[in-house]
Design a protein around this ligand. Structure first.
Ligand code: ADP
Ligand code: DP6
Length: 374
């Protein structure tokens, strides 16, 4: 007799990056960040939770494998949800003493720089909130799992407010615009490597917060204006402005990594090839039609409008030939042949060892949803 709640939740890719904490335990950031939530029909975490008086321990299975429940972040999320349920008197207190079983899987590689932790914790916290009937904003609880997870609690374009309160009560995510606001917006994730990253975000951003002068400058002088400007660009659907800010912010984040001591580097040769390619493409187009952004790894996320996708896709397939027959996954698109204009772009030298493994084609989507027959 176990009431099971099942939820699917999206990943999100930031256009203004979160990098650096003011509180490690509560996961409070040094700066606001902005992201787009990506459609769960292409990439998602799926999590089922249930509580039962006969369960001896809290237990979690991730991608079919039993994991240790000793993970502090996981425990913090569960503890905080129960505290909320207690405060809101949403269920009988006895229910809060029952142990919980959690089963989750991602339909894309875990811990490979594709934001599985964001989707995973947003999913877990939403499922637990359903189980314990918590009604208030849960982005601050998802944040305790992984900072970027708080943005996956909402769909569309989302802003995580750094907040100023020491207890983190104002460090929450809010929606800038919902998923239907800019329906032409698309994302292409160029997966360069899907193996575990060298320096985790948590460790990298701590090193930057401790040692980088550039990070201090970024937090004080750059991010506040960029956050306002990109929110405005999103509201006005000004792609050129959106793209320029996105690329500059990604570049500054990676400059901060290099400005840290000892420095660390996430971008590889192929990442730099993609950066050059995007700038050449925009130059030849006479306007900014593609934006790139890179998280703590070499994979590129390109933001672009739907009508640009066929051209960009054929260009990618031409430049990065792949033996894989499932080179593109996700949404459907019309193939388009290359024309003269593109051949000019192809003058970019590609090293033989550089290759994109595959491309995920997706769009802006909604926040977590409950699956009734899950
Ligand atoms: P990524 O770049 O994919 O976010 P991280 O190394 O930052 O990789 O985070 C991976 C960690 O996030 C996993 O080890 C696990 O602790 C957590 N995680 C990922 N997916 C899930 C999930 N579906 N449910 C719960 N936790 C998850
Ligand atoms: C580069 O949210 O993974 O993707 O809070 O320590 O779990 P923790 O870090 P995490 O960092 C994400 C960093 C980023 C930028 C972003 O998503 O804003």
């Amino acid at each position: 007799n176990c009431d099971v709640k099942t939820v699917i939740a999206p990943v999100n890719i930031a256009v203004i990056k979160y990098w650096g904490k003011r509180d490690e335990e509560l996961i409070l950031p040094l700066n606001d960040s902005v992201s787009a939530t990506l459609d769960t029909s292409v990439m998602c975490a799926k999590t089922s939770v249930c509580a039962n008086p006969h369960f001896a321990e809290d237990e979690i299975w991730l991608n079919g494998k039993k994991e240790s429940f000793s993970n502090q972040r996981l425990q913090n999320c569960l503890k905080e949800i129960k505290q909320r349920a207690y405060n809101e008197k949403s269920i009988d207190d006895i229910f809060l003493t029952w142990k919980v079983h959690i089963c989750s899987e991602n339909n894309f590689p875990t811990a490979a720089g594709l934001a599985s932790s964001a989707a995973g914790y947003a999913c877990l916290v939403t499922a637990l909130a359903k189980l314990y009937k918590v009604k208030s904003d849960i982005s601050s609880i998802a944040r305790l799992g992984s900072g970027s997870a708080c943005r996956s609690v909402y769909g569309g374009f989302v802003r995580w407010h750094a907040g100023v309160n020491p207890d983190g009560s104002d460090s929450i995510a809010t929606q800038i615009a919902d998923s239907s606001h800019w329906p032409q917006m698309r994302a292409l994730i160029l997966v360069v490597g899907d193996t575990k990253k060298k320096i985790s975000s948590t460790i990298g951003m701590k090193r930057s917060a401790d040692t980088s002068e550039l990070l201090k400058y970024r937090v004080q002088y750059c991010v506040p204006k960029r956050t306002d400007d990109i929110s405005k660009a999103i509201k006005e659907k000004n792609f050129g402005k959106f793209a320029e800010i996105t690329m500059k912010d990604s570049n500054q984040f990676h400059a901060v990594c290099m400005d840290s001591y000892p420095p660390y580097v996430y971008l590889t040769n192929i990442s730099h090839t993609i950066i050059d390619l995007v700038h050449k493409y925009n130059e030849i187009s006479g306007e900014t039609r593609i934006a790139y952004t890179f998280d703590a790894g070499p994979n590129a996320c390109l933001y672009l409008l739907e009508n640009e996708v066929p051209k960009v896709m054929s260009l990618i397939q031409h430049i990065f030939p792949s033996s894989s027959d499932k080179f593109v996954t996700g949404l459907n698109f019309k193939e388009e042949g290359l024309n003269e204009e593109f051949l000019k772009i192809l003058s970019i030298p590609i090293q033989a060892k550089d290759s994109i493994k595959y491309v995920i084609y997706t769009k802006v989507g909604d926040g977590p949803t409950e699956i009734k027959d899950g």
